[in-house]
Write a protein that binds this ligand. Structure first.
Ligand code: 5GP
Length: 234
């Protein structure tokens, strides 16, 4: 596998071409941003944690029949993935009230949501990733209605697989954001699943073990990421 030119640099990752046109390398950085990149910083070794945690979770999901872009981990910070056309929708699944849901609707943080809630956000930095409905997805032609239904089905299936996985490790999966892509016409899970993209609370103390420690200046950020790595991959 030969690493080629950088195709794209995002806030937390870089994507490189390879000598195979349908495969790319996803490189995980330590750079951290929040609030649409108004807050910037570094979380030491975050890239390594997110790469290894994503590898474990993509593996778990694949073995349960969820198609993902993951092929193999190449190094501490790199994974080989299928090349996809990203569907420009951030899919958020929520099991417990937190974050923007609490703020937007005036709900109390920590209340259980049953059944799980799915939200769509338009992946558009200039607009600040606004919350959108299925009708907006159609209006903006972000995805075919059939694809939207498949996204919802897979998102709920992923949640049903991840909730018990984290519960067994003493963690509450509060909510998470996932992204999908199209690969040869097939919808597959892409991007990453990591402490950057999920909210995890310790089951006993309800302490945040994720990027909220950075967003809210809670301290012990690196320690929390390492603890997630230990519980997920240890
Ligand atoms: P909220 O809408 O409450 O801010 O976020 C809900 C969940 O989605 C959280 O787990 C959060 O980490 C994740 N999330 C939402 N938008 C983004 C984003 O733009 N980047 C990242 N890394 N995570 C996001």
């Amino acid at each position: 596998m030969i690493k080629g030119a950088m195709l794209y640099e995002g806030k937390a990752k870089k994507i490189f071409a390879t000598d195979q046109p349908d495969r790319v390398i996803q490189y995980f950085k330590d750079d951290a941003t929040a609030f649409n990149a108004q807050k910037r910083g570094t979380i030491i070794e975050k890239g390594v944690v997110n790469n290894k945690v994503s590898e474990r979770l993509f593996g778990l999901l694949e073995s349960a029949g969820v198609p993902t872009h993951f092929i193999e981990r190449l190094s501490d910070r790199e994974m080989l993935t299928k090349r996809v056309m990203i569907v420009p929708i951030e899919v958020v699944v929520r099991n417990v009230v937190a974050g923007s849901l609490a703020k937007r609707l005036g709900l109390k943080e920590g209340e259980a949501i049953q059944p799980a809630l799915i939200e769509f956000y338009y992946k558009n930095d200039a607009l600040g990733d606004p919350l959108i409905t299925d009708d907006h997805v159609r209006l903006l032609k972000l995805a075919e209605p059939k694809v939207v239904e498949e996204i919802k089905r897979l998102a709920l299936k992923i949640n049903e697989l991840l909730v018990p996985f984290f519960r067994e490790r003493g963690m509450v999966l509060v909510d998470f954001k996932i992204e999908f892509g199209l690969h040869n016409g097939q919808l597959i899970l892409a991007d990453e699943i990591s402490p950057d993209t999920c909210r995890f609370w310790d089951q006993k103390t309800w302490e945040s073990m994720d990027k909220d420690r950075f967003r809210k200046d809670l301290g012990k950020i690196e320690e929390a990421y390492q603890e997630v790595l230990r519980r997920v991959c240890g």
